[in-house]
Design a protein around this ligand. Sequence first.
Ligand SMILES: NC(=O)c1ccc[n+]([C@@H]2O[C@H](COP(=O)([O-])OP(=O)(O)OC[C@H]3O[C@@H](n4cnc5c(N)ncnc54)[C@H](O)[C@@H]3O)[C@@H](O)[C@H]2O)c1
Ligand SMILES: [Zn+2]
Length: 370
Amino acid sequence: MPYTTIQVYLGPRTYEIAIGDSLLGEAERYLSVWKEKLSFASSESSKALVVTDRNIRSPHAEMVQQSLADNGWQVELVSLEPGESSKQISVVTGMYDQLVNMQADRQTLVVAVGGGVIGDAAGFLAATYARGIPFVQVPTSLLAMVDSSVGGKVGVNLPQAKNLVGAFHQPLGVLIDIETLKTLPEREYISGLAEVIKYGVILDESFFQYLEENIEGLNARESSVMKQVIARSCRLKADVVEQDEYERTGLRAVLNYGHTFAHAFEALAGYGELLHGEAVSIGMVYASRLAEKMGRIGAEETKRQVNLLKAVGLPVELPESFQFSADDILKKMLLDKKTVGGKLRFILPTKIGNVETVKNVPDSTVCEVL
Ligand SMILES: NC(=O)c1ccc[n+]([C@@H]2O[C@H](COP(=O)([O-])OP(=O)(O)OC[C@H]3O[C@@H](n4cnc5c(N)ncnc54)[C@H](O)[C@@H]3O)[C@@H](O)[C@H]2O)c1
Ligand SMILES: [Zn+2]
């Protein structure tokens, strides 16, 4: 039985996130229940394409595959190269061929077992094949569990920019098995914690406090702490997504706290230098200092964030090797999609647990912070 389930309420696209230990071995039970939601589901034998990467294939993806096969599903598995380069259209095209070969139809499930790269690429495959077939997310990185698997954004990169081609395609369900975190490399795990801390800062002071009080459990990936943290993070993101599913009202933008800085750092540092969560961690500190400079919060609020980020091993300042000027960073930020009419917009805290969108932030103030 799962430890907990979170409902993401989106009308006819409502779905469940099941969180627990050792769920992969019984994946079929969840998938067959979720599949019944399809109005056109028939009793014919079920088909699935499991998409994963080489690092996750064994044992995680193979456990899902086995559970389905044992229950009479016709199941195929595709294992991609690990890393961002798999999030490209040519890789998805290869998977279209596989779906054609297995005579996939609108009842065939695409099952993404992996990190955000696999979820985004497999989700895009499912969103576009036959104008949309159902898919299930089985996130295995902390970032994918608390962020990319919730909200229905799927897509691939173009050489010009990340995530430039994509769709909103909600999964039929999300299966989170905490056990999979045991094999996640330390740096990837810590990087995922940046998004967790972000939820506390933007939406929930008591969650932030819970994190402050559970540093040891967090660092040891203690099962009970992980379940709480993942469930709370998914709930907070789901609350935002439910109010702004298609990113139209601007509400979903609160999730971008620290990200205007982070995207600029990532773009300038070059691939692999800074993981996304590391860049977000530094970005949140800069955004908080910016809020201080604008008289919106006190130094104490920034200090609390810095202390928590440091306690879990996240960086709070740019590495020595990062040799770009404030001007370089500013120019990159002006290219970011959150710029409106050449003016920088930021998500800034008013206290721990609340943020606001601040328009027309003067370039000079940003430069002072940098
Ligand atoms: N769709 C969204 O809303 C959304 C939100 C945030 C990020 N993203 C996307 O997510 C991607 C980043 O996701 P990520 O950080 O999970 O990257 P990732 O998928 O590349 O995974 C990181 C690394 O960890 C490995 N890994 C994952 N789970 C593992 C496990 N349990 N055991 C061992 N190794 C494991 C992967 O093989 C990979 O090498 C980016 O492409 C980003 O654009 C999407
Ligand atoms: Zn992020």
